[in-house]
Design a protein around this ligand. Sequence first.
Ligand SMILES: N[C@@H](CCC(=O)N[C@@H](CS)C(=O)NCC(=O)O)C(=O)O
Length: 209
Amino acid sequence: MKFYDSSAAPSPRRVRMFIAEKGLDIETIEVDIRAGEQFSDAFRALNPLCTVPVLTLDNGQHLTTTDGCRAWLEATYPDPPLLGRTAEEKGQIADLLHIIMFNGQQAISEALRNSMEAMADRGIVGPDNYVQIPELAERGRARGARFLDRLETMIGDREFIAGDIFTAADIDAFIYVTFAKWAEIEPGPAHTNIRRWYDATAARPSAAL
Ligand SMILES: N[C@@H](CCC(=O)N[C@@H](CS)C(=O)NCC(=O)O)C(=O)O
């Protein structure tokens, strides 16, 4: 098994933290996406969509999205559970992950991909080029700020986002609050729940990776 990672990018970090929380040791290959290694023939053979993360399994199968990698990891290494223990919790965490992706990841990606000079013509991730749309960057920043307000309420006075256990929802929200800083979106003084929860998550060994 091999994990194709890219150390500065948020999506593979979602799998990297997941692997660390499971206590697994998986051979990791760094893909230099700034140098365009994701477009090489060798990488396209693993994932024609030219994105990281990728997990290659011992049976020759390639899992090419964060969701696919984590679904397989959870089913193969169920302890500790990160995608829910009961049917109800699995449903709840799937909801949370969707909300975090739609309101957090999508907003911040739009803000950055449509404004950064280094992302010129890379408005959407993947093998095809798309021009930047400055209005999308502006909208992304507005949505990103609202994401923090929404997350503040989602966390409330809970220790973890889903309740009493650490889950993939904490991993993803932690990574996107960190990623939002690239777009100059940061928790303010009113985001006291985010600050408490963020500091506790940052202290976990998996967050240092
Ligand atoms: N939905 C995909 C998205 C993966 C994704 O966007 N990966 C980014 C890094 S965070 C990437 O591969 N970027 C390469 C590029 O920008 O060309 C997943 O979660 O696996």
